[in-house]
Each structure stands twice: as structure tokens, then as C-alpha cells.
Design a protein around this ligand. Sequence first.
Ligand code: ADP
Length: 307
Amino acid sequence: MKTIYFMGECMIELKPIEQALMQQSFAGDVYNSAVYLKRSFPHINSSMVTAVGVDAMSDKMLQVFAQESLDIQFVFRHPEKVPGLYLIATDESGERSFTYWRNDSAARKIQHFLVPETVRQLASGDMFFLSGISLAVIEESARGAFWRTLEGLKRAGVRIVFDPNYRARLWRDKEQTRKQYDSAFRLADVVLPGLEDLSELYGFDSTAQVLRFCQDYDIAEIIIKNGPESVVSWCDGRHGEHQVTPVEQVIDTTSAGDAFNGVYLGARLSGITLDSAVQLAAVAAGTVIQHPGAIAPKNAFINAMQE
Ligand code: ADP
């Protein structure tokens, strides 16, 4: 059985459904990808690498991980910390805004749990996925140790996958982000950047610029997402431009890129060609944006993928 690790933070999500009533769920970029991968490729072991607390909400989060058939052997429990939380607010014009309480979350302590014995176990996996958000929430004092852990995994043959997913408010400044991203790009075997993220961070305004930037690193597989416009790929010296069928009725674009990543990686781990993997990933992302929230209903998603 192939194994992919998803390292990052899953949060408690609160979204308004009517006056003074909120709906509670769980979401976070790498978690969303782990869920969509497992729903699409049940034969792959989709494993979360994160930390939660010992509180009741952490118990509930783990129950949901189990319902989604995720592997939770590397979900660690911090004795004092609790999960991060975010709340979605919608103003009169329908514009959404997000408020976070995550500065002191359990997931920030992940490096503390990546002891040598755990890293030895992780080294038997096939892929290790991290995003720019996973990086941003690692405590600054733990980053050196984190990079050494990742180098060890790469040396052991685990393929490192990186989606830059840039969230300015999680970083001190752009210089700090670029430095951390440089370390990630150096180690990555597969990258899945969105044009929008990199244009905010590096000022790029085309997928061609993003591609040139990524090609300066030794990255085997480069997949650039550009909303409904196209997906640009580069692998084994072959450059590809893939059409995306635009969705007419977009409800909520949250986690489009996450669904894309999960399904793309699941397809590649299953031996599917790059072109077909991109097409499947685009169908998944196109399905997710027709539902509110990060995690689309399971049956609706699975049915759309089987069509
Ligand atoms: P991110 O969410 O990482 O910023 P994008 O906005 O580029 O990434 O979206 C990720 C993927 O979602 C795209 O590659 C595309 O397949 C799909 N997607 C996004 N917007 C649309 C849309 N309006 N219609 C169809 N597919 C879309």
C-alpha cells in the first residue's frame, strides 16, 4: 500500500448558517487534500502528520479523521494546547472574511513530536506533503530542526511535495517567507503552486514566469494552477498546457487548490499519467467549488468523480 503523509494544521471551522446560528466543522489546507485523496483513491494510505490537544474538540476532530478513513498514527496529542479555530463572516454584500485564533495551537508544536523513532517510521512512506501554511505555523525556533528532518526523509527516498499556498498574515514579512520557501523548493520533488500565491509573494504575473522560477531548482514535477484558465505542467523535460472546463455556477472556491492537490497526488501514486492526473484533479476541484465550505459532501463528491 502506498503511503502519503500530509503535514499541517486542521482547524475547527465555524460558519454562519442563519442569525446567531453557526455550523461547526473541521478544515485546513493539507487536511482537505488528505480527505479528497482518500475519497478518490481508497487504496492509498492518506496519513495526517499533525498535533491536536487532549480536549473534547480534539477528540471530535480525530473521530472525523477516522470517518474519512485517514491514518491517524502520526496525529500527536499535546497535553496543554488545543486546536486552532477560525470563523467565517459574511457581510451584507455576501463578501466573506475569515477570523483566526491559531497563534497558540497544538499543531504549531509538531516538530516537538518528530523524534528520531517517528522520523524512522515516516521514512518508509512514498510522499510527504507540506504547504506554505504548514511551514508558516511551525514555530520559528523549530524550523532548523524541521529542515533537517525533511532532508533525512528525502535522503531515505520519500518524495517531498510542496504547495506554496501563501498567507501573508501568517508571516513576519515577505523576506522571511521567501527564505523558508527557498528551502522548500530546494528539497521538493513535486511542486503545485497557484499563480495567484506566487504573484503576491514574488510579483509574477504569468505561469511562464512561475515555471522559469521553479525550473531554477532541481524539481522533477512542476504543476502550476491558474484558476479556470489552465494548468501548466513540466515533467521529464516535457512542457504541458492543460485546459480546465470553467464551472458556471461557482458557490465557494475554498479548497479548490487543496482538492486538486489531493486528487493529483493520489492519481500519480496510482500510476496514472500526468495528463490524466491533471484532468481528474481539475474535475475534483470543479466539483468542490460547487459546494459551500472546504469539504464537499462525501457522496456528491464521489459521484462526481465516478461520472
Ligand atoms: P488555489 O485554490 O490553490 O489558489 P486555483 O484558484 O488556481 O488554486 O484553483 C485550483 C484549481 O481549481 C484549478 O487548477 C482548477 O482546476 C480549479 N478551478 C478553480 N476555479 C475554477 C473555475 N471557475 N472553474 C473550474 N475550475 C476551477
